[in-house]
Design a protein around this ligand. Structure first.
Ligand SMILES: Cc1ncc(COP(=O)(O)O)c(C=O)c1O
Length: 415
């Protein structure tokens, strides 16, 4: 049995994964040059953002797409368009990036955390139902890692209670639920195009919807309160400037041209990974769900079982890194445990929690979602999208994981 690298053996690969993200080619360079030379850099002087919105809408099955500055403000725009106001409760998952919840605070709403399901790491519909009060107005569903949450159950709960559904699809470009693109199943969907995302222009975001009314509201809010076609200084409501520019639009169009092929490659390599883990105790992929007809892998989420594997998650991750096959802990800290929430750093008057707008009671330091805490604390690990672009990386990961497993007794003894 070869000795594990963490205890002085030779690593499976000294060079580690072969990583290259984003994938840039001549087309991207040409697109940026075309915009630079045109001098039409803001969206209303050119056609890049407008064309991207149409093309991305076709990709995600949304009638309307609005390009915005990033994924955080995309959530804010969607919440505003859905009419969320001060003191309204919005249910969000406990395991996600902070923006899924903090955007609710940015519109003075109250994020209410729902637990996740252990085998999918997605928001638990039964816990959504338990968290509904007379103040609940909406649910933010995150397709964590690009794995679609159970939209059948979520939409039927939302319909029964008259709640809006906003899909935070920041991880789910290309993902499909029963043949329909993520982000166009609920009332609105939001996307991030930040550097690490599977569709990127460095920073950027989008809001998607099939409702003309919600689109018009979103457009006006992101455009400093001007409706489509208004005169230059005709502001009919109050809003920020969250517009996307033509450079972002142009790069997103060329990157979008590569998205579906890259998604296919990630899915093929993810299937090799899942098969390769079948005979390895203690490392589990997310549950197979046939309603997920395409999965855009922003993250490959893995669930660790320390009893079955024989060592703890942190030790496993150290050993894998030493072998050249690094894993990351993902969003392992439930959002309500992050200092911003735990210490309720909401400004001088504590708005929106304690300023009089909110009629309920919320103390984030007392929130507990047991599954999120267990999964985040001991089980969750992720591989980034670019690892899945090369089959060689998957072979490296599998060889390293099997090697670490064979060395588990020694790793435990020498902790
Ligand atoms: C689930 C989720 N939502 C929202 C965002 C915010 O996107 P952005 O970084 O573009 O503001 C992110 C960013 O990582 C995210 O992971």
């Amino acid at each position: 049995m070869p000795k594990t690298a963490l205890l002085g053996g030779k690593p499976v690969s000294a060079a580690g994964y072969e990583l290259k993200w984003p994938v840039v080619d001549e087309e991207d360079v040409e697109a940026a040059k075309r915009v630079a030379e045109s001098g039409a850099w803001w969206r209303f002087d050119g056609k890049e953002v407008e064309n991207f919105e149409k093309e991305f809408g076709r990709c995600q099955d949304a009638r309307y797409v609005l390009g915005v500055a990033n994924g955080t403000v995309a959530l804010e725009v969607a919440l505003r368009a859905c009419g969320i106001e001060a003191g309204d409760e919005v249910i969000v998952p406990a395991i996600t990036f902070i923006a899924s919840a903090s955007a609710v605070l940015l519109v003075q709403g109250i994020p209410v955390f729902a637990d996740i399901l252990e085998d999918t790491c997605q928001i638990d519909p039964a816990d959504i139902e338990r968290k509904i009060t007379e103040r609940t107005r909406a649910i933010v569903v995150v397709h964590y890692g690009g794995y679609p949450a159970d939209m059948d159950d979520i939409l039927s709960i939302a319909r029964a209670h008259g709640l809006k559904v906003i899909e935070d699809a920041a991880h789910a470009h290309g993902s499909e639920w029963r043949g329909t693109g993520a982000g166009s199943l609920g009332d609105m969907g939001t996307f991030s195009f930040q550097q690490s995302k599977t569709l990127t222009c460095g920073e950027g975001g989008a809001v998607a919807t099939n409702s003309e009314d919600l689109y018009n509201k979103a457009f006006a809010y992101h455009h400093i309160g001007r409706v489509i076609g208004s005169d230059k200084y005709e502001h009919t409501s109050v809003g920020p400037n969250y517009r996307m520019n033509e450079f972002q639009g142009a790069i997103l169009r060329t990157q979008l041209g590569k998205l579906l092929q890259q998604t296919e490659t990630r899915m093929k390599n993810a299937a090799i990974l899942a098969r390769g883990l079948e005979d390895l105790p203690g490392l589990q992929s997310l549950k197979k769900d046939l309603r997920i007809t395409r999965r855009g892998y922003y993250l490959y989420v893995l669930l660790f079982d320390e009893e079955a594997f024989g060592i703890g998650r942190e030790r496993f991750m150290q050993a894998m890194k030493a072998e050249g096959a690094e894993l990351l802990p993902g969003n392992s800290v439930p959002v309500y445990r992050l200092p911003a929430f735990r210490e309720m750093s909401f400004g001088r008057k504590g708005c929106p929690l304690t300023c009089g707008h909110y009629q309920g009671k919320m103390d984030y330091s007392r929130v507990s979602c047991p599954v999120a805490e267990k999964v985040g604390g001991r089980r969750l690990m992720v591989l980034l999208n670019e690892v899945l672009l090369k089959e060689g990386n998957i072979r490296l990961f599998l060889e390293a994981a099997h090697k670490v497993y064979e060395n588990r007794a020694e790793l435990l003894e020498k902790t």
